[in-house]
Write a new protein. Structure first.
Length: 222
């Protein structure tokens, strides 16, 4: 069973605010705060908003939102670091300063404009579109893309990378699906990154994420 250990909810909440991204594909998530399985329910009033936290304070912002009952996600990967003089595996944020939250437009605006505790938080704006006021609107991520992104990054693989297009040498333009291994269910395009065959996941208007090495036998064309 695939679980989303980075998806966080408020501990002890009877009916936590959360979302099942795709029915039957992500059946449950483990709250990293409580370790309790949490059901996900789609809410037509909510979207996945992208926020930018200055000076690496995205975890601090997530903690506040969690206590406020909001579902958050921060992509992380495993890394070897020296902690108190000893080498230790720790989790580090894959995309610095970015935080994803499944919430309403009103609540998102409240966090950015009317919450002193989150004065360091801003929207990540969609610079490819303009609204009726000719301004860039806050960026939101489609559910299917967020589903795919979470599937890829919740592995916490140390080989996950946030990559530039120039780093990806595509074999073809075919869309594929990983059918086995730690990245099972992830969809994207096959490319060579750092000399290895990987699957590239697109996160709209933010960038590209590459998986770890994926054997050809684990890949099927969609």
């Amino acid at each position: 069973m695939n679980t989303l250990s980075n998806v966080k909810t408020r501990g002890g909440e009877a009916n936590p605010s959360c979302v099942r991204l795709t029915p039957d594909t992500i059946p449950e998530a483990n709250s990293s705060e409580t370790g309790v399985s949490v059901e996900y329910v789609l809410d037509p009033q909510k979207k996945w908003y992208v926020f930018r936290a200055s000076y690496g304070r995205e975890d601090r912002a997530a903690k506040y939102m969690i206590m406020d009952g909001t579902l958050t996600y921060i992509a992380k990967r495993s890394a070897m670091k020296f902690v108190h003089g000893k080498r230790k595996h720790v989790l580090e944020n894959l995309i610095p300063n970015l935080l994803f939250a499944y919430t309403t437009e009103q609540k998102a605006e409240e966090y950015v404009k009317y919450t002193p505790e989150l004065s360091f938080l801003t929207y990540y704006y969609n610079h490819f579109e303009v609204d009726e006021l000719q301004k860039n609107p806050p960026l939101t991520i489609p559910l299917n893309e967020m589903d795919n992104f979470i599937r890829a990054t919740s592995t916490h693989s140390e080989h996950l990378r946030f990559v530039e297009p120039s780093m990806c040498h595509y074999k073809s333009g075919d869309q594929v699906k990983v059918v086995d291994g730690a990245f099972k269910g992830v969809e994207g395009k096959v490319a060579r990154v750092a000399g290895q065959q990987r699957v590239i996941v697109t996160l709209s208007k933010i960038g590209l994420i590459s998986t770890a090495y994926i054997p050809t036998a684990f890949i099927e064309k969609i």
